[in-house]
Design a protein. Structure first.
Length: 191
């Protein structure tokens, strides 16, 4: 009977030890699963937050540029237009030699007029100043065609045979917008 009691106690102790080990193993597995679920939840939350911030940055950029474009359009006046034209002439006068050669070749290769697009009508004296400068740059008489282009947003551009030279606030804003878009994409990729 004593041997039976001892064996029973040993079996009971072994069963309790197995049950304790199994319980410990199950608790560890449950904790590991909770940790894994928590990590997936945090990852999903981080991803959602990154997507939201990316979308918010994009929307803010779009709104910022829309407001800037509207404000600049509203502010445009004759003095600003004269200054834009003066800056455009200055850029043409200071063209690096390689760009002068490209412009000369484009004008010579083209059978069409050089197109001058601007957000405002150019007065006669500005037509003449531009004609004289282009004659000096190209070395030949240039046929010009003037067109109004409100989409330039306070600016002026020259187009001939695939060449384009421009100065406009639209160009600057587009450049800044592209830089910000690149930054937002890089920031989103890093997140």
């Amino acid at each position: 009977q004593q041997a039976f009691t001892t064996q029973r106690a040993e079996l009971l102790a072994a069963a309790e030890a197995k049950a304790a080990a199994l319980r410990k193993q199950m608790v560890q597995a449950a904790r590991a699963e909770v940790v894994a679920l928590q990590e997936r939840w945090y990852d999903a939350l981080d991803h959602e937050q990154s997507e939201f911030l990316h979308a918010l940055r994009q929307r803010l950029n779009e709104q910022l540029f829309a407001v800037a474009r509207r404000a600049l359009t509203d502010l445009a006046n004759a003095d600003l237009e004269r200054q834009i034209f003066a800056v455009f002439l200055q850029h043409l006068q200071q063209l690096p030699e390689q760009e002068r050669v490209q412009l000369r070749e484009a004008v010579q290769a083209s059978r069409e007029a050089v197109v001058i697009r601007s957000t405002f009508a150019l007065p006669y004296d500005e037509h003449q100043a531009l004609l004289a400068l282009l004659h000096e740059l190209v070395g030949t008489t240039v046929d010009l065609q003037f067109k109004e282009a409100p989409e330039l947003l306070c600016g002026i551009e020259l187009q001939v045979y695939g060449q384009r030279m421009a100065w406009s606030l639209h160009h600057y804003l587009t450049e800044v917008e592209e830089h910000l878009a690149t930054f937002v994409k890089a920031d989103a990729a890093a997140s």
